[in-house]
Write a protein of this length. Structure first.
Ligand SMILES: C[S@@+](CC[C@H](N)C(=O)[O-])C[C@H]1O[C@@H](n2cnc3c(N)ncnc32)[C@H](O)[C@@H]1O
Length: 363
């Protein structure tokens, strides 16, 4: 027998799925806007008709019309003369939206997340196969969109917070990075290198070595560093953080949103510990999730599990892992890893960030 409660639950869930579909399609519309340079065209033109946007971005006019109408209906763009025939309407970026959509330096620059979603969408056939067969989906299989999306979404935090909030919260570390002899920093899982470049810029005496398993990321990181003004102090190598050669010691080892992706996180931490200079520290930033699983979860848990089922867990499983964690790396797990890797000190740092929690690991 169907009760009224069942009907309500059906309605609620069905509506939630429809809302989710709308949100997902609107996010993929943002992907088109970023990838095709449509927001950039509007930012450059100010206010523009569909023909002007199509001409500026070099896209087909019929598609320009539909995309602009969709964006205005969604509220991402403004159209002040909606009552005019389509060809005469002018569209613009409302106040504040340019920062979110086109300003790569803004702390509000969320548009790259649409690139990441597109990268995930492209990998769905491989994900289905992996779920059946138990294998992984390599990081590289998610393509440039995911790589660029993650890097561009994280970059503003490195630009605005790393040198002004994160490292100053650890005064002795900040002091060491400013002093002689020249400090050496190892940035594990550096992706496209924005953190490595930000570290070198913040600390003019420092040299920074970025390491990442993904060849395409390292190639892009090298190109980013070449134009950064600190190319003489930043270098990158392709490698597994768990298997680094014992060539040098470092005053600081950083791991920004990458430890949970590594197939042997304890070995990666052990490697980092082995390479610490006297008095050195490891700084880990990872997802700001709760200390224990609860269901249903809050918005952060939902977001992180979304990443986990679609990207982080499959990418780690492709590393033939010792431990496949997924995105949801909880503080007690990291504390256990730190102890297993031989660290005597494990500290959760009082750094305010909506997405990441910061940990300091010592000798
Ligand atoms: C979420 S991305 C973060 C990248 C960068 N730290 C940032 O904040 O933009 C995770 C990175 O970890 C890298 N990675 C995964 N497993 C690794 C391993 N075993 N050794 C080194 N890097 C690894 C991936 O290639 C990817 O670039």
């Amino acid at each position: 027998m169907t009760t009224s409660t069942d009907v309500d639950a059906r309605e609620v869930l069905a509506e939630r799925l429809i809302d989710g579909l709308t949100g997902a399609m609107e996010t993929l519309g943002v992907y088109l806007g970023v990838e095709l340079g449509l927001y950039r065209a509007l930012a450059d033109l100010g206010e523009a008709t569909e023909a002007e946007v199509a001409g500026q971005a070099g896209i087909d006019p019929r598609y320009a019309r539909e995309w602009l109408e969709q964006q205005a209906v969604a509220g991402y763009l403004a159209c002040d003369d909606a009552a005019l025939p389509a060809a005469g309407r002018r569209y613009r970026l409302p106040q504040g939206h340019a920062e979110v959509l086109v300003d790569g330096d803004s702390p509000y620059h969320a548009a790259p997340l649409a690139l990441a979603l597109a990268g995930i969408a492209g990998a769905l056939p491989q994900l289905v196969q992996a779920y059946r067969g138990g294998g992984g989906v390599p990081y590289a299989a998610y393509g440039r969109a995911l790589r660029d999306g993650i890097a561009a979404a994280n970059r503003p935090m490195f630009l605005h917070e790393l040198a002004t909030a994160w490292l100053p919260a650890v005064p002795d570390l900040d002091r060491r990075l400013r002093s002689a002899p020249p400090p050496r920093v190892l940035d594990l899982g550096c992706g496209l290198g924005a953190s490595s470049v930000a570290l070198a810029r913040a600390y003019p005496r420092a040299t920074v070595l970025g390491v990442d398993l993904d060849e395409a990321s390292v190639a892009q990181a090298r190109a980013v560093a070449a134009g950064s003004g600190v190319a003489d102090r930043v270098s990158f190598v392709v490698g597994d953080a768990a298997l680094l050669p014992r060539e040098a010691t470092f005053d600081l080892v950083t791991v920004f949103e990458a430890l949970h992706d590594m197939g042997d996180p304890v070995a990666a931490l052990r490697t980092a510990r082995d390479r610490l200079a006297a008095g050195g520290s490891v700084l880990v930033a990872d997802e700001r999730v709760a200390d224990a699983f609860t269901a249903p979860g809050d918005a952060t848990e939902r977001l992180m599990y979304g990443w986990s089922i679609l990207h982080c867990l499959p990418a780690t499983l492709a590393e033939d892992p010792v431990e496949a964690t997924g995105t949801v790396l909880r503080a007690p797990t990291l504390a256990r890893w730190a102890a297993e890797a031989g660290f005597a000190g494990f500290e959760v740092l009082a750094i305010d960030n909506p997405f990441w929690r910061f940990y300091r690991l010592r000798g």
